[in-house]
Design a protein around this ligand. Structure first.
Ligand code: MG
Length: 379
């Protein structure tokens, strides 16, 4: 079995990846997280053969890790990038944010399989990631639930015969509310996602529909389809994870439990399937409904399409500004509607350049972050 490398090992995707690996008997060759904390130490202790990286450990944490794990411990983003290039590995990239891009590139350059849960890799660096993918022997198997669903619907199909991708959105905790009623939303209310249990940034992004916007951009790059052919439909039950419509009028949908272990496992076992740790799915227990997204109450979706169509570093700026705005919202510095207002202001002022080399993308990301910070500061 190919060894597994898990980047973002202490996060929600990382932990579930390690759980799947353990159940399937897949050896773990490397784990990386931001901090050298107890959670990473526990994971490192459980996988005695794995290399261990903390990208931002702090001095005391690092000393403790050096003592406990010796030469299999390393520090910094470059060390994480080296893990991604371990020979023959399947690399799950569960890093949160644009920080995951260089590891995705390293995995593809090394000819590895990239299990992509870091949607920002494609959002910020789509053209560069695709160029790197085409130049080598690597492959991308998406782990984002919607894109895993689309990928699975596409097995045996041709892109030329696809008329439309339909991404489903739960609608988040504020579905059905109008814009005015969202003014005083608190972080706790926004963190209460109705169907998926996820990290805090993605949960806020689900409440604003920024997450769906990022996923539209991700799908555009992953499946090489124009933005006109990527649609979003609100499906509050989160049972249909996405659909592909073909030129002959057929629609293929992927259905299942809201459990990230399903797309994670598929990325590890593709093209094969392994048994799941749960019983048959009860289709009769609930209704399936679909509705049009409310773009007035949730204007971030339209902004994402505009950023995507604008191209270059605009999607990177959209993502970077959102990382800043969400952190500011969670810290109580700005209101819920300010998140989208901040994105709009940053996009409007962003000077776009081609997203074809890492330095340009990192620079644009930094510019957008500063602009978002300044916007937050001015409130
Ligand atoms: Mg998703």
């Amino acid at each position: 079995m190919r060894p597994l490398v898990v980047l973002g090992a202490t996060g929600s995707i990382g932990r579930q990846s390690l759980e799947v690996a353990e159940r399937l008997g897949i050896p773990v060759a490397g784990v990386a997280a931001r901090h050298a904390g107890d959670d990473l130490a526990e994971i490192a202790a459980a996988h005695a053969d794995a290399r261990v990286v903390a990208t931002d450990p702090g001095e005391s944490g690092s000393a403790r890790f050096s003592e406990a794990f010796g030469t299999r411990y390393a520090v910094g983003s470059d060390a994480m990038t080296e893990l991604a290039a371990i020979d023959g590995a399947v690399v799950v990239n569960g890093v949160v944010g644009a920080a995951g891009l260089s590891a995705s590139l390293a995995a593809l350059r090394a000819g590895n399989r990239l299990g992509l849960a870091n949607k920002e890799s494609l959002v910020a660096g789509g053209p560069l990631v695709l160029e790197t993918l085409a130049a080598g022997d690597g492959e991308i198997i998406p782990i984002d639930s919607e894109h895993s669903a689309l990928f699975q619907c596409m097995v045996g199909e041709q892109v030329a015969e696809v008329s439309r991708l339909v991404l489903t959105a739960s609608g988040g905790p504020f579905r059905g509310q109008d814009r005015a009623s969202l003014t005083d939303v608190t972080p706790d209310e926004a963190l209460a996602h109705p169907t998926w249990n996820m990290g805090s940034r993605i949960t806020i992004d689900s409440a604003t529909l920024v997450n769906k916007g990022l996923e539209v951009i991700e799908a555009h790059f992953l499946f090489d389809l124009s933005y006109d052919d990527v649609d979003v439909v609100v499906h509050p039950q989160s049972i249909v994870h996405s659909l592909v419509e073909f030129t002959d009028g057929s629609l293929k949908a992927h259905l299942g439990a809201t459990d990230m272990r399903i797309p994670i496992q598929y990325a590890l076992t593709y093209p094969d399937r392994a048994d799941a740790p749960f019983g048959p799915f009860d289709l009769t227990a609930r209704d399936l409904t679909f509705e049009t997204p409310d773009r007035e109450a949730f204007p971030a979706l339209g902004l994402a399409y505009a950023a995507g169509r604008g191209g270059g570093t605009l999607p990177a700026a959209f993502n970077a500004a959102d990382e800043v705005a969400v952190a500011a919202f969670l810290a109580g510095r700005i209101g819920f509607l300010d998140i989208t207002a901040c994105l709009e202001a940053v996009l409007e002022a962003h000077e776009r350049v081609p997203a074809t080399d890492l330095d340009a993308i990192v620079e644009a990301d930094g510019r957008a972050r500063s602009a978002a910070e300044a916007w937050v500061e001015s409130r």
